[in-house]
Design a protein around this ligand. Sequence first.
Ligand SMILES: Cc1ncc(COP(=O)(O)O)c(C=O)c1O
Length: 351
Amino acid sequence: MDPYALPDISAAEGLEPIVLAQNEHAYPPSKFVQEAVAAALNKAQLYPDSDCTELCAAIARVHALNPDNIVCGSGSMELMSGLMLAYMSAADRILMTDYGYLFMRTLARLVGANLDTAPETGYQVDVDNVIAAVKPDTKLVFIVNPGNPCGSLLHNDEIRRLRTALPQDVLLMVDEAYAEFVDAGFHQPLFDLVEQGNTVITRTFSKIYGLAGLRVGWGYFPADIRDQLRKVINPGSVSLLSQVAARAAMLDQAGVAEARRLIATQRDYLTQEISALGLRVVPSHTNFILVDFETAAQASAAFEFLRNHRLVVRPMGGYGLPACLRITIGTPPQMQLTAQTLGAWRQQSNG
Ligand SMILES: Cc1ncc(COP(=O)(O)O)c(C=O)c1O
């Protein structure tokens, strides 16, 4: 099988790249997080708590959840792989949507499962299409909300409708890696669905919490699935320093609100600037935008132009969207440079 494709994040020769290709957070961890990590260093000779007890307690407190049903892993990717290993066998069937997170395709290959995709409509998950694509042997339905790479948001009422329409023995997995970027008014938590026993929800500290390098994800699982999952993920896969950092970040919800505001401001700015160039931008609820350049040739020319000006964005051919580029929202100077550079490219390619 092919390895999971990571992007080339180098700029043109000799230039220091500004990487806007991996949906990393624009800012380093807060002082609060850095101090907690520094203070925990003198315990680094010890193995970490494999239950992540204090981290789970902090997550449970903030989200009003039962801490016993939270499992943390080395990134939500580890939880996704663990779930696949625990739950799926060769020839089982997974259903995802057209542009759902590519890592699921790698996992399907890894466990030998068949993979079906339901068409999206206008870069948006279409619940009716998902329901129509369920087959008698579909075992898992995987939805990313808000979506990557499109950034679009499915109202949680739609996810509830999907759950109701799915057979009871089909597991629904909702990947909410970008949920914290959504304004509270749009996004009503879905965690109560987990209590029905056939839905799991994963989240991450890699995006709004800005800890991608420390590798911490978490999920909310029905008790029996949690027990199976814990058998297959490595005990101690979340390091002591990662647990401390994630706990401090979770308890700083004022910091999260501020990050959401800063990213939304820059996202609106970049969306407006790029739309003014006559390019279609998919309305985003995340820390990235998807820009449609109409043809693969245009997208690839814009990619190279940006790269020659240090800006490394993400080509979307691997997602079946070769006419699009995905741009991570960064700091105000980075976003100004991106808007100016795309403006210059547009002028040159029109002229
Ligand atoms: C939709 C989605 N899910 C999960 C992840 C992986 O997150 P983590 O860093 O927690 O493994 C990403 C990372 O880009 C993502 O885009």
